[in-house]
Design a protein around this ligand. Structure first.
Ligand code: GUN
Length: 296
């Protein structure tokens, strides 16, 4: 079997066009200013700089006012908290995103939890705040977290349903693994078409016999951040494989899944790059428009 390749790039382009049209309609209908997303970038991590630049470009193409605040790595917790308070209070800012990870190698330490907790939940387009996580858990999300939401869109728009099926999410991060598991397990379609009612296993680095657990899954979602750790023998023949990993190995980007191996076993698989990655930004644009509408 050779798997269908799930083209995240083209699905993301489709969503970005839809968001651009919806932004234009919102601005015309409500005579409002363009929705505004403000990203905060602390330090000079090269990957984070690329992400933030890509977000700003995507905003511009969608008619969203994308701003970036840059702080030096040693700005410190108090200055970052002050900036968040300022952005919270600014009615011209609809969405706030603090690019993660915050610098950790130098002498200045950041309390990431305190920073994320300080973002106004109505402007929390990442859906990282405890209030938004709680609403998602109860099946009444205000914002859906961008990467899991992107995966849901990719599955739905590719005609793939996981309802009633066994899904294994590998990785228990707050950004992807935990919210992904929660969204797939919801009872109704509150998190998107076709994504509810899965039987979800949330596996992680301490899972006993991870390979056997993965092999049970009709849909395997890898979000561990370890290059090519999911090999073909860990995949049930015919399973859907979603690879969230973006790992730099030498001068190459590879996922958490050994792609060439896995595509012989899976029925559908996302590539890296060009799979899940582009969808995260598309859903961020979607959330920024949603935030502007909520605040108007
Ligand atoms: N760093 C990697 N992914 C993300 C994300 O989705 N949001 C933020 N704020 N930082 C990230």
């Amino acid at each position: 079997m050779t798997a269908q390749i799930l083209d995240g790039k083209s699905v993301a382009a489709e969503i970005r066009q839809e968001v651009a049209a919806a932004v234009a309609k919102y601005v015309a209908d409500s005579a409002a200013a363009a929705p505004c997303l403000t990203a905060v970038l602390v330090g000079e991590d090269p990957a984070s700089q690329v992400y933030v630049r890509n977000k700003a470009r995507a905003c511009e193409k969608a008619g969203i006012d994308g701003r970036t605040h840059r702080l030096p790595a040693d700005a410190g917790q108090a200055e970052l908290m002050r900036l968040i308070a300022e952005l919270n209070a600014d009615p011209g800012v609809n969405g706030i995103l603090v690019q993660l990870p915050l610098p950790s190698g130098g002498t200045t330490k950041y309390d990431e939890r305190e920073i994320l907790d300080a973002i106004d939940p109505m402007k929390d387009v990442d859906a990282f705040s405890p209030v938004n996580v709680g609403l998602l858990m109860q099946g009444r999300p205000r914002f859906l977290p961008c990467t899991p939401h992107g995966i849901v869109q990719l599955l739905g728009r590719s005609g793939l349903s996981v309802a009633g099926k066994k899904v294994c999410v590998v990785g228990r991060s707050d950004i992807v693994g935990k919210p992904m598991a929660m969204m797939l397990a919801q009872k109704t379609g509150s998190c998107g078409p076709g994504v509810a009612n899965a039987t979800v296993t949330l596996a992680h680095s301490r899972t006993a016999d991870l390979a056997a657990v993965c092999r049970e899954a009709d849909c395997l979602i890898a979000a561990v951040g370890r290059p090519e750790m999911i090999t073909g023998d860990m995949i049930k023949p015919g399973a859907i494989v979603i690879d969230v990993g973006i790992n730099r190995v030498g001068d190459k980007l590879v996922g958490d899944v050994a792609f060439d191996d896995a595509k012989q076993v899976a029925s559908a698989i996302t590539p890296v790059p060009g799979g899940v990655g582009p969808l995260t930004i598309a859903m961020l644009l979607h959330n920024t428009l949603a935030a502007a509408k909520l605040q108007s």
